[in-house]
Design a protein around this ligand. Structure first.
Ligand code: SAM
Length: 455
């Protein structure tokens, strides 16, 4: 049996794509290994959102090409976003046999079969290589198979891909060019997948897409003022046994009154909303083509906090977008102070090919980007630590996901607000919704004690 190792870079969408490819390869008789040294096939599922992610994957491939010198039959491939944007160009990297784009993941088993067969046929004069970055209508419905509990442990949470692509065209972002136009799966197909996950013991599902709030807007008409995405949330909420629902990543523009109302009406929808703000300056929001203003964003946060007072708000912020002045940056700092985010993912602006921002004058030096990024990091970490400290002494509900990385008796779960809680537990806690009293906290983790010991 041939062994395949898949290394994933980037976001949850990429993790989900890799999982689906692994499931398809298993179905074809391949074994999935956690060690590249045991592998006959190594696939890098790549990310293009920032240059650093691309450089990491390219560097890794250079190392793998050296491994291939000792193991000439090794099959090496790039999949995903960088494969889509660079295509044939990636064959210039030594050792690469396969390049598969974001709409063609489901062809990977066929391609691996062909490449393994070609390696076994040593008579071939020309190296046999495959590049496939074509568009494929319907590819959004091909990311549906799961590999749950790879190490034999029950898996409690799962991602479900509800759509592919993005039509937002933010001026800094490469995603519309790597993931194609928005295409959504039908509601009943997604609900079936969620039902199957429940039958396998999953208790929490995260609905995934590049812009989930745009789900179904081209194909599913509004019903009683409710967007297709809210209709989908309601349908998933009906699935018996699915205790918690999350989604990522949305766009602030998608938080209409119907979605705010869903936070009021759907108790299994967790009280956490990720609203990537990117900047607090109206001037920059316009240059970024974000389609909302600072005031509008703050109004949405206000509405969400009215709907669910204990809701956690997280965000993404870019520092050093072309032309960002100290005044623009101050606007972002003051917005972060106003909102007091529970979590913030902070990025230095990275020039991406084919995007309008890459050609804007006034590209900033890395030093400026780094300084602003560090300032925001210190500020947001301060608020996160304060918010986490407020939980000390309180009892919160967690869903226990499994053993903590440190091992031993340490288990971990997540609060409904998406904060990680570590506690001393044992296997019978896995999959339980457990009240836990918080003893101490830092910026990343809460530590607690189960409030009920005889569960
Ligand atoms: N749904 C999100 C939104 O509303 O924009 C998009 C998710 S995007 C793939 C993840 C994050 O990466 C973005 O929110 C943005 O902060 C960051 N990002 C995207 N392009 C970037 C770039 N060129 N430089 C730095 N950060 C970038």
């Amino acid at each position: 049996m041939k062994h395949v190792y898949i290394k994933t870079y980037g976001c949850q969408m990429n993790e989900r794509d890799s999982e689906a490819v692994a499931a398809m390869l298993r179905g074809r008789g391949y074994a999935i290994t956690n060690s590249e040294n045991d592998a006959d096939v190594i696939l890098l599922n790549t990310c293009s959102v920032r240059d650093m992610a691309e450089q990491k994957a390219l560097g890794k491939m250079t190392m793998l090409a050296q491994l291939k010198r000792q193991k000439p039959d090794l099959v090496l491939g790039f999949m995903g976003c960088m494969a889509q944007s660079r295509g044939n160009e990636l064959l210039q990297n030594p050792g690469v046999d396969l390049v598969v784009g974001t709409q063609r993941f489901h062809h990977v088993p066929d391609y691996i079969d062909q490449l393994v067969a070609a390696k076994e046929n040593h008579d071939l004069m020309v190296p046999f290589r495959i590049v496939d970055v074509a568009d494929e209508p319907g590819s959004e419905s091909t990311i549906r198979d799961h590999v749950l509990g790879t190490n034999g442990d029950r898996q409690v949470t799962a991602y479900v891909s509800i759509m592919q692509g993005c039509d937002m065209y933010c001026s800094f972002c490469i995603v519309p060019y790597t993931r194609g136009t928005e295409r959504s799966r039908p509601i009943n197909e997604i609900v079936n997948e969620v039902q199957q996950l429940v039958a396998q013991g999953v208790k929490e599902v995260t609905l995934l897409g590049q812009i989930v709030t745009s789900y179904g807007r081209k194909t599913i008409p509004k019903k009683s003022g409710k967007s297709a995405f809210v209709q989908l949330l309601e349908a998933v909420h009906e699935v018996k046994g699915m205790e918690r629902i999350r989604f990522t990543s949305p766009h602030p523009k998608g938080f209409g009154d119907d979605l705010v109302q869903a936070y009021r009406d759907l108790p299994r929808l967790c009280e956490h909303a990720h609203l990537p703000v990117q900047s607090g300056s109206d001037r920059l929001l316009k240059a970024m083509n974000r389609g909302y203003s600072r005031d509008w964003y703050l109004r949405i946060i206000g509405k969400l906090r009215d709907a669910r007072p204990d809701i956690a708000i997280s965000t993404d912020i870019i520092s050093g977008f072309p032309g960002e002045t100290e005044e623009d940056f101050e606007q972002t700092v003051s917005l972060a102070r106003d909102v007091r985010f529970d979590q913030a993912y902070l990025f230095k602006y990275s020039k991406r090919r084919d995007t309008p921002a890459a050609d804007m004058p006034e590209q900033l030096d890395d030093e400026v980007k780094e300084r602003r990024n560090q300032l925001l990091l210190a500020l947001t970490n301060d608020f996160i630590a304060q918010r986490n400290q407020q939980l000390v002494g309180q009892t919160v509900e967690i869903l226990v996901e499994g053993r903590s990385e440190k091992g031993g008796k340490r288990f971990f779960g997540r609060t409904r607000t998406n904060k990680i809680v570590v506690f001393d537990g044992d296997e019978r806690h896995r999959g339980a919704l457990l009240p836990v009293r918080i003893d101490r906290a830092n910026t990343t983790t809460l530590y607690g004690d189960p409030a009920i010991h005889n569960l």
